[in-house]
Design a protein around this ligand. Structure first.
Ligand SMILES: [Zn+2]
Length: 471
């Protein structure tokens, strides 16, 4: 504790510098510029490049060893030894969006908070961890390993930064990412995104009721909050009655209207993150369920029945026979994030599949392919990120647990999540802060902020963690 007390004072002494450097870093609009893709001097655009250079200059000025890895990523290092303790951060931010109370790059301080895009995700935490390193360096505290802050620049999009970095550079033997929540996120589900495409059939066929178009959702990892279909049928009255009864029965908002060439059916749902589809109301699956009950053409009937029979009212893969669960990460979840059908081209569905750490992906993916093929669909994998799990008894977890508990007085419960954090790019990595339990989180939203008090607290925790991990 003696050490901890001193560190607290040492952080306090550096408070104004920490705030100043954080503000300077936040002032840079480090948003990915897709159009400028490809210049070797700035592979992700000028803003991100500027942020990377800012950190490297700062590191150099403070006497660290710095290395720029082809402008994709960089590191700031101190200490000596065979092993590396990694601290994985990122400098890119998502676009600011609307609704801000102050300029998102002015980093205004109000009520002890710094408000800016990237304040919490992840430039504020990056600077906090940087100051933890700087303090250890200035105080000449003993390290038996190298301590390396790795600065990524493409975390918010495709992780091309760390992919490239680890092709060229050594993987730290263990480490943490200050890019999520305290206490410790030690397990993350596997994430498998896929596109299902209906095999083409007779598209010219006409039935009593024809679905010309149906669409819902834009992103695989979001629950669609809106669905629309254009339907041709002889009797509006009948369709209207059936649809309104359906809406009432399921307590849904929606409407049916006469369009130019067809009736337009709409349903409003509730959006939620794809990691827990049950927190939302999937508008697309509801509309599909309604349509599946009509006298449709063979092709349309197959598509809507497929959605209804396998996914409607079940986000756990039970109806599909793909369910799986374990004590660490809980249930396998399936979010049907995008749905599209046209009379000419048939149907498509985009799925975000999240499986527990004990799941056998090889077996599961083969079973899934077989199942959808039986229903007349072809499966294409959009992306796959294997699950990530660090043993609770490992040196890494035990050390971080001890440090967190000593510093906060709270128990460091291990957290398992369905989402993916940056920590999974480290083989032995966990997400460790900076958001304390109970704090409001506004990453990716307007008025994103970080509490200055929390930064100071986290700086002490990070410094102690580095010292313990690098012993
Ligand atoms: Zn982040």
């Amino acid at each position: 504790m003696e050490n901890g007390m001193n560190l607290k004072q040492e952080v306090e002494k550096r408070k104004e510098d920490l705030i100043r450097d954080t503000k300077s870093l936040l002032a840079i609009r480090s948003v990915l510029e897709e159009d400028e893709d490809g210049t070797p001097e700035a592979p992700f655009g000028k803003g991100i490049q500027e942020a990377l250079e800012f950190m490297l200059e700062l590191g150099e000025k403070d006497g660290f060893t710095v290395k720029n890895v082809d402008n994709y990523a960089a590191h700031i290092e101190m200490g000596q030894g065979d092993e590396i303790v990694g601290i994985l951060c990122h400098l890119d931010v998502v676009p600011e969006g609307d609704g801000w109370s102050s300029d998102p790059y002015a980093a205004e301080i109000r009520d002890g908070r710094i408000y800016a895009r990237g304040a919490l995700d992840d430039k504020g935490p990056t600077m906090t961890a940087y100051y933890a390193m700087k303090m250890i360096k200035e105080l000449n505290l003993p390290l038996n390993k190298r301590v390396r802050m790795i600065l990524g620049t493409d975390e918010e999009t495709q992780w091309r930064c760390v992919d490239h970095y680890f092709e060229k550079e050594e993987m730290p033997s263990l480490g943490f990412a200050p890019d999520a929540d305290f206490p410790i996120i030690y397990a993350e589900k596997g994430i498998w995104d896929m596109q299902l495409t209906q095999k083409s059939e007779n598209t010219s066929e006409n039935a009593e009721i024809n679905v010309l178009e149906f669409a819902s959702g834009r992103r695989l990892n979001m629950v669609p909050d809106y669905a629309v279909a254009k339907v041709q049928t002889g009797s509006f009255k009948e369709m209207q009655r059936a649809f309104e009864t359906f809406l009432q029965k399921h307590e849904l908002k929606g409407k049916i209207q006469e369009g130019t060439d067809a009736f337009v059916l709409e349903i409003d749902g509730v959006s939620a993150h794809g990691a827990e589809p049950d927190n939302g109301v999937n508008a697309g699956l509801y509309l599909a369920a309604f349509l599946s009950g009509l006298n449709l053409s063979e092709q349309a009937k197959r598509y809507f029945t497929f959605l209804h029979d396998h996914f409607f009212g079940d986000s756990r893969g039970r109806k599909l026979g793909m369910d799986s669960s374990d004590d660490i990460t809980g249930d396998l979840t399936i979010n049907v994030g995008t749905m599209k059908y046209t009379k000419e081209k048939g149907g498509k569905a985009g799925l975000n599949f999240r499986y527990p750490v004990s799941y056998n992906y090889e077996q599961g993916s083969r079973a899934m392919e077989t199942k959808v093929a039986e229903a007349g669909f072809e499966l294409t994998t959009v992306s796959h990120n294997a699950s990530h799990h660090i043993d609770a008894d490992s040196f890494l977890i035990q050390t971080l647990k001890k440090v967190y508990e000593e510093e906060t007085g709270d128990k460091a419960e291990l957290i398992a999540i369905g989402g993916g954090t940056y920590a999974r790019s480290l083989k032995q990595g966990v997400a460790f802060g900076p958001l304390f339990p109970g704090r409001e989180e506004r990453a990716h939203q307007f008025d994103e902020f970080i509490e200055i008090e929390d930064m100071l607290k986290a700086a002490v925790i990070y410094a102690k963690a580095i010292l313990e991990l690098a012993k």
